[in-house]
Design a protein around this ligand. Sequence first.
Ligand SMILES: [Zn+2]
Ligand SMILES: [Zn+2]
Length: 238
Amino acid sequence: MTSPGFKPGGRQRELTPVGSIPTRLRHVGMDSAKRSDMSQAATPIGHRRGEWLRVCRVHFKPFFLYLAAGVALGAGAVARDPSAWPTLLGLSLVGLLLWPFLEYAVHRGLHARARSARVRAFLHRAHGIHHAAPQAVGSIFIRFSASASLSALLFLLFASALGSWPKAAALLIGLWAGYLLYEFTHYVAHFGRPRTAWMRRRQRHHQLHHRDREDARFGVTTSLVDWLFGTQGASEKV
Ligand SMILES: [Zn+2]
Ligand SMILES: [Zn+2]
């Protein structure tokens, strides 16, 4: 009997059908069956002490790296010129406010309709797989290679535009704070049981992005940018 994807006499190609869940994306140590339907509030994430630490340790190790890098860069920037801390703090806030726009642009770009099969395959690997298998917890988090290369690129851009690495670092730290908030919000939107009205709104907005129309509701941490660009969608009912 020939298994799918096996060509007798030829090289075996590993076929990954659209919607399948690669092993590395499967939820480790959690019952994935409970997460097969986003309408079910799954594990009450955050209700138990240390639960978030466990989620980050198992599924989102870059969290610790970005936290450490942010503290090290921030301390280095302030140590270089202690009197500049108000400017640096202001730039970090600007970075945090810029995050929703970056989040929106990247997410909307990943939903682009491409003619090229290569680009379509790339978009599927980068984001389509998350829509095909939202119950796979590994598909929730942005790959470290992608976020690290984008961070390096942005740091170089900011440093050349501002002519100062401490200012560039301050902007980047603000963006990282937004990025970590995004990962947290996205995880709760799929697997959490939100305890605040704001988080319930975020969950509803994102669930509608998955269920209703994938060409609307690209904002995860906020709907503001969707509202600005007219992609907030029609109905807010789940
Ligand atoms: Zn999407
Ligand atoms: Zn999602």
